[in-house]
Design a protein around this ligand. Sequence first.
Ligand SMILES: Nc1ncnc2c1ncn2[C@@H]1O[C@H](COP(=O)(O)OP(=O)(O)OP(=O)(O)O)[C@@H](O)[C@H]1O
Ligand SMILES: [Mg+2]
Length: 434
Amino acid sequence: MTTASALTRLLKPVVPLTEQMTIVDVADRLLTAEHKAFLSLPIVDAAGKPLGLVSRTTVQDIFMQRFGRDLRGRHPVREVMNATPLIVSLQTSLEEAARQITGQLQYPITEDFILVDSQGRYCGLGTVLDLLKAMEARIAQRNQVLRKALVDLKESQAQLVQSEKMASLGQMVAGVAHELNTPLGYVNNNVQLLRELSAPLLQLAEAQAALADCLADPGCDEASLASALEHAAHVREAAAPELLAEDLTQLFDDTLYGLQQIAELVVGLKDFARLDRVMSEEVDLNECIRSALLIARNAIKDKAEVALQLGELPRIPCAPSQINQVLLNLLNNAAQAIEGRGHILLKSWAEDDAVCISLQDSGCGMPAEVLARIFDPFFTTKPVGQGTGLGLSISYKIIQDHGGQIRAASELGRGTRFLIRLPRPLALPLQRSA
Ligand SMILES: Nc1ncnc2c1ncn2[C@@H]1O[C@H](COP(=O)(O)OP(=O)(O)OP(=O)(O)O)[C@@H](O)[C@H]1O
Ligand SMILES: [Mg+2]
């Protein structure tokens, strides 16, 4: 349905009057059943161009006057017409027609409007009531479309949040896999080395056991004993246990350190990704900072020295995995903003009504017009494929859902600082002694 046909459907093909007709003619016409519903009748010239409208109330007024019919009834209708009627082209959209008509209508509504074709020739009359009904129907239809769009939008927002979660989980898993790989690699090497180094020791133990057996056996002859002794001495020389001791201790220490690192990462991962039981879990945000740092270590280690100034914090109710996600987003952004090598300073402190975290980087910073948009969904300055532009908008939502605030300040070429404030439950007032 085109917009032009919407107005066409409102068109009533009322036969127009000519300007020579009299007021009585109009009155007679207005009384016919066909024209009862109209507030006015159109007048056109010989070429079919509208000249005006005669309103029912004007004609009624004349007829109600004393001798009105006799005095003015024979006058041409042109005398009483409204020469500036509302004229709307059939090409006009319904909305535009409504705008034009409501913009020009004088209260009370006493006239209809004239519909013309593209050449400006009279086509028919429209009533304001029909127009309002058509608008109402259209608005109801739009509302329905909007309602559906809102539902779709909410759904896709939920999906986006979910996919951003999956993306940061993927990023995190990739980081952790990389982190696990290093200690795993050298634990593996060390164990292989230990196996190689311990082979001659096993041979030595075997040779010495054979020698001991020989010594303890009364039936063992001189020749066998001499051969066992010689073999033991030979194997001992080859194994050189006194030289091995230091290497073995070092290898065991390194292996244990590697295993410890692996265990730490696994614990970190468990902490990071733990399903939040309830939002009211009491959490020490410093633990979240450490956990996020552990996970982001891979992304940061070649980019920045991290300095920590963590104050003592009261535990606050929050969803720790979400806060971890925010911190991971901020740490990744900071690492990505640093060219070459730089610094990241993480601070935490408690205020009367809030717990605060600040994360400052010595990265590229941002101009004011970028800073103004960083929390907008899909806003990114990173090349296609490198940033979705969702990290900060999701972080903003998470902090907002916690009743907190996240703000950023930045100076181009010098760095950026993010500040997070999360509300802390009011401390109980101290009891005063009487
Ligand atoms: N620490 C920072 N230093 C400089 N610019 C930053 C910093 N953090 C964010 N920005 C700017 O804000 C934009 C939006 O950040 P956001 O984390 O929302 O998305 P992204 O990092 O581009 O993509 P994604 O996080 O989805 O991978 C970035 O593209 C960048 O221009
Ligand atoms: Mg980001």
